[in-house]
Structure formats: C-alpha cells, structure tokens
Design a protein around this ligand. Structure first.
Ligand code: BES
Ligand code: MN
Ligand code: ZN
Length: 501
C-alpha cells in the first residue's frame, strides 16, 4: 500500500472510501459533522442512540451521498479528544484500513481531525501513527496458505492522508514516510518470527542481514562456529552444538555518523526446544518465535536504513538453534564465555542468556554510547508483568528514563525491575564463576543480573519481550495471532531521539 499526503478537503477529495475520525461525545464534530451532514445525519443518529460510541478503533460505515466524492464513508472512533495519543491514531487507522479493505476498495482518504484538533498530539505525530497503524493493520502472514480465499491480496493500494490548511505539508509527508518505514520494519520482524524454524535458521538470518546490507549500504560480518570458537564464544558454541543447523554470529552496521555507536543485540534462537532440559510439548511450536529479539533488531535496521538515520548503529544477532542431541551440552557443563567468565549450565533451557552474554561481551570492542539487548528471555516475565509490558533492566539511567517515555508514545510500554545485589547472589555457582539460572523466584531479574556480568562498562539496557513478542497486544493494528514485531517502534524511537540530539 502506498501512503500519500495531499492537501484537500473531505468533501471534494476523490477516493473510493473516505475514512473519517470521530471523537467521543454526544454528536460528531468538525469533519465528521461536515461529512455526516452530506449523509443526512446517520452518524449523529447512531451516536445519539448509543450505537456508535466512537471508542478507539470502533467503526461504522455508510454508503456515500451527493456532495461527497467517494463510494463509501467509514467513520472510525478515536476515543475521547482529551485522551488522544499516538496509540489512539494507530488503533483507529488499523481498523479503518481493514474496513476499507474488507469493502474491496482500492483507494482511501483519511480525513484530518480539524476542528476537534489533535489533542496533545501534533499533526505530524498523528500522521506517523496513522501510517504505521494502517499498514500493520493490513499485515497478514499467508506464505504457507494455498487455498485461494485465504490468499486474496489486499485490495487497498493507496491511502491518502488529507492535509488541512495550516498544516505543514512537507513535515506531514516526512512523518507519513517515517510511519511507513516503521511498519515495514515491523513487517520484516513479524515475517521472520512467523516463519517456521525450518525456514528461518541461523544461516537464513545471516542471508536476511546480507540482504539489508546490500539494500541500504550497510556493512556485514558473519562469524561461523570455527571463528566463534577462536574468539572464545563459549555461550554461542555451547547452545549451538546440539543442532544440525550451525550457529551464526551476525554483525550488521549502519554508519550514518562517526563516533561511538549504539549497539543492539538480539537473542536469535531460531527454535528453543529447551535442549537436554527439554520443554513440555504443549505450545512448544511458539518457540519458533524465540528469535523475535533478533528479528526486531533486523526490523530496526531496515527502518534505520530507510530513514537513513544520521547515527552509527550496530545490530548483532546471536543466532543458534537449541536442540537436544548426542552433541548437545549437558546440565553441569561449564562454559568459558567471550569475556573469560565461566558459567555452570544448570538448565540448558536458560540458553538465551548464554548467547546474549557473548553478544554483549563482543560489543565492548565498540565502546558503545548505548548497549541494548532485546530478548524473549524468561517465562517469568510473563508471570511478573502479563502481556502488557516489556521488562526493562539495566545500568543506563538516562536511557532507561528515555525508554519509559518513548514506550508510552510508541505504544510499547516498558516496566523496570531491579538488579539488586541480593539477586546477584542467587546465580553464584559452586564450581564456576556464575550459573545460568537462579531458580524460579525473580527469574526475570536473575536473568538480567546474569547479563549484566557481560555488559562491561557500557551504559546498558536489557529488554525482556517474552510476554509481548507473541499474540499479545491489542489487535486493532496487529494480527490477533502470531508475531507482534515488538521492539521495532521502541528501539527506533530511541535511535531517532539519539540521532536528533
Ligand atoms: N525462550 C524461553 C523464554 C520464553 C518463555 C519466551 C515463554 C517466550 C515464552 C527461554 O529460553 C527459557 O526457556 N527460559 C526459561 C529459563 C529457566 C530455565 C531459568 C524459563 O523462562 O522457563
Ligand atoms: Mn529456553
Ligand atoms: Zn529461549
């Protein structure tokens, strides 16, 4: 779908379907009232009867009438005007785009919310959110569907954001472009996580990184087992050694500026069986998404490349498949990690922290201005925070505060957990420097403590997306099932902030 920005009015702009936002209240205001006037007041009736309450993402559609240059009108709720935020716009746009597509229309125009204003949201932020929400609202993963009715492509090919007088057309265009770039990054992340592990192997992730490098002029280094062995990456080797699919350590660099980079490290376990500490079979298929951290990093790199951010960004994927086999590591094995620390493997299912440890340690060579890892790391994170928050830990105080604010804005909220000394005591080992689990209590935190031992002096933030990467979010602009692309908006938000500073 192409996103355009044009200056025009709701009554004269020509498109198949007109998408008109409505704020909560007794009656339509602004453009909604103007369009409803042409329709004979059906929307006002529906609002009076309480049939349409203009809740976020709620839609009601009418055939067009004289005085409008479209075939159909879809009104979409954005909730209370006083509570408007980018999330309201993403949700409304997702449902509006779906309604237009369901009607098999090809072009849609999204009316601005003029008289009622944008609340605390700037028109540019609204445009960005609308572009993202409309695109991700139409996302589907149909590569393995063969039956025609489930393969039907989206009909909607053009979405025009109407720019009202007084809005900055160039800024609106830039914002819509950014919103689109974010949706494209999310789509890549969702595709990679939705594909089965037979398709997305560590080597395939390296191919994907090579594709991005080619597309956006980035540099790429991919290390194989021999090279990882030589670099002393005991975590990567230990986790990967049980699989017939060889592990890969992938380093992708966007050099939009000189100087210390931001380094993003994504857990990329292409399938997590648990290894010898094997998982129960119920729901294990979801562990094809255990590379969602790495998928988010690649998604971010795609967005960063499209936007050509003036920032140096390095994305690292620690890719391996965690399998039980005769060559797999056993509980009790001791690994020597890239930074020299020794780790007793108590549970081979706590594999994410082992590969990330080598990624964080390797990142030290860049002396990063900010080091962030993102991972579907702990089931305990689901227990602690449910499906509505990303677990956040780390040492970079300023970045943590920024993530909290950015998370609110982009609709990927984070919640901080502590890394107190008492939790560190839980991962002391009798035979090695540390062990890879601290037992059930505080499982998300002890995993964070483990990672902190490999983050060196870098200002570091850890994001646990175990609860948000899969099936987890409001569905107004995300598919109800499968990968969510979580992390792409949050991390890109941080990178844009750093690039602007
Ligand atoms: N990939 C899992 C965590 C996970 C669980 C992600 C559920 C998404 C949904 C991770 O590798 C894992 O198995 N963690 C263990 C750690 C434990 C053995 C200390 C867990 O959370 O049970
Ligand atoms: Mn595991
Ligand atoms: Zn895992």
């Amino acid at each position: 779908m192409e996103i355009r920005v044009e200056t025009g009015s709701v009554t004269t702009f020509e498109s198949d379907v007109l998408l008109v936002p409505v704020t909560k209240g007794d009656a339509p205001l602004g453009n909604a009232a103007r369009v409803d006037g042409a329709l004979g007041g059906h929307l006002a009736d529906a609002m009076r009867r309480g049939e349409f309450k203009a809740g976020r993402g709620q839609t009601i559609a009418f055939p067009a009438a004289d005085g409008l240059r479209c075939k159909r009108v879809v009104f979409v709720g954005v909730g209370a005007a006083a509570e408007l935020n980018p999330e309201a716009w993403r949700r409304a746009a997702g449902q509006a785009a779906r309604a237009a597509n369901r009607g098999k229309f090809q072009s849609a125009a999204f009316a601005p919310l003029d008289d009622a204003g944008f609340g605390a949201v700037t028109p540019e932020d609204a445009a960005e959110a609308i572009a993202t929400g409309a695109c991700t609202g139409l996302y589907r993963f149909i590569e393995y569907k063969t039956e025609e009715d489930s393969r039907e492509p989206s009909t909607l090919t053009v979405l025009t954001l109407l720019c009202a007088d007084g809005m900055n057309h160039v800024a609106m265009d830039t914002a819509a472009h950014a919103g689109r770039a974010l949706a494209d990054g999310m789509a890549l992340a969702m595709d990679l996580a939705n594909h089965p592990s037979a398709a997305v192997t560590p080597r395939r992730l390296a191919d994907e990184a090579a594709h991005l490098a080619h597309e956006h002029g980035m540099t790429l280094e991919v290390f194989d087992e021999e090279q990882m062995q030589a670099m002393g990456m005991g975590g990567m080797i230990g986790v990967g050694q049980g699989s017939a699919e060889p592990p890969r350590f992938i380093v992708l660099e966007h050099k939009g500026a000189e100087g210390a980079p931001v380094v993003l490290v994504g857990k990329s376990i292409t399938f997590d069986t648990g290894g010898i500490s094997i998982k129960p079979s119920a729901g294990m298929e979801e562990m094809k998404g255990d590379m969602s951290g790495g998928a988010a990093v690649l998604g971010v790199m795609r967005t960063v490349g499209t936007l050509n951010l003036p920032l140096r960004v390095i994305g690292i994927l620690t890719a391996a498949e965690n399998m039980p086999s005769g060559t797999a590591q056993n509980p009790g094995d001791i690994l020597r990690m890239h930074n020299g620390l020794t780790v007793e493997v108590i549970n081979t299912d706590a594999e994410g922290r082992l590969v990330l440890a080598d990624g964080l340690s390797y990142a030290q060579k860049y002396a990063p201005r900010l080091l962030v890892d993102i991972a579907t790391l702990t089931g305990a994170c689901v227990v602690a925070l449910g499906h509505h928050a990303i677990g956040l830990m780390g040492t970079a105080e300023e970045a943590k505060a920024d993530f909290k604010a950015i998370g609110e804005k982009v609709g990927e909220r984070v919640w901080e957990l502590p890394l107190w000394k008492e939790y560190h005591d839980d991962i002391k080992s009798d035979v090695a420097d540390i062990k890879n689990t601290g037992g059930r209590p505080g499982g998300t935190i002890t995993a964070g403590c483990f990672l902190s031992r490999f983050a060196g002096d870098a200002p570091w933030v850890h994001l646990d997306i175990a609860a948000t990467a899969w099936d987890a979010k409001a569905t107004d602009y995300l598919p109800a099932k499968g990968a969510s692309g979580v992390g792409v908006r949050l991390l890109t938000g941080m990178l844009r902030k750093l690039a602007a500073a």
